[in-house]
Design a protein around this ligand. Sequence first.
Ligand SMILES: O=C(O)c1[nH]c(=O)[nH]c(=O)c1I
Length: 315
Amino acid sequence: VDLSVSVLGHTFANPLMNAAGVCCSTTEELDSLLASASGTLITKSCTAQQRDGNPAPRFKPLPLGSINSMGLPNEGYEYYAEYVSHRAKGGAAAKPIFFSISGMTMQDSADMAAKLAAHPQGANVLLELNLSCPNVPGKPQIGYDMQDMRRYLEAVTAVYPRPFGVKLPPYFDMAHFDQAAEVLNAFPSVAFLTCINSVGNGLVIDDTCDTVAIKPKNGFGGIGGEYVLPTALANVNAFRTRCPEKVIIGCGGVLCGRDAYQHLLAGASLVQVGTQLWKEGPDAFRRIRDELQAHLARKGYGADRDAIGKLKVIE
Ligand SMILES: O=C(O)c1[nH]c(=O)[nH]c(=O)c1I
């Protein structure tokens, strides 16, 4: 089965990649993804300057997923810009690299986008603008404020001439799908949407000691893993139907090849792996890729792209 996917002006060997934030904060981590069976990779969301993030414990793996309130720890824009200078390649050996930006202010995000636009490897980098970080105390999610989202996209499109994408939070109401899609469809250069970020502000309790699992925000943090697959699939499908000109990247609840297949059916062209990558390491990509390949073969598909968006409803 041909797993290659050609979207956004690039061809990927397979649809799998990491979710921003997981196994992608340092050169070593990023190189381990580059060496893995993933089709591509994305850098940790960066801010203008290096950030330590929230106090630990700030991440906990759970039987059915994970909770995190990292607080946007990262090495700063220049570190990741330097990384893509060496690693992003064009031409035959192309391995385009996704670059996640999550400025502390709109101006910071616009400034970093402008720098990325001028980057020598700019044509081999795909910007994923993170509008959905749920864990910086005092910073409400941009993706949940439609006017804010419009302002951010106006600021970034004014300085970033290339097609780029947006990392969206999960929405849970049809009216919100409609409102968000209306904003996003007003920006043709928003070429892809990554659905979803973690389900914000969950609370995990360790009842052996009657205490919350993580320290920041009195234990409130983003939920990932098996818990979120139905919500992720709904958001992939909702934006696929509302934004037919945009590419959808699925993220959320992918543990195995069949989960990735469900994201393709729902409308995703690429599929990100977060919590399971944290638990299993980059070898997860070979396993999930092979499982996806086997599943598509069993279903009689010649290529994974033939499955994209093929979800049937009950008439
Ligand atoms: O706390 C984080 O660093 C974080 N954690 C998430 O679950 N999603 C995000 O977009 C971010 I920027």
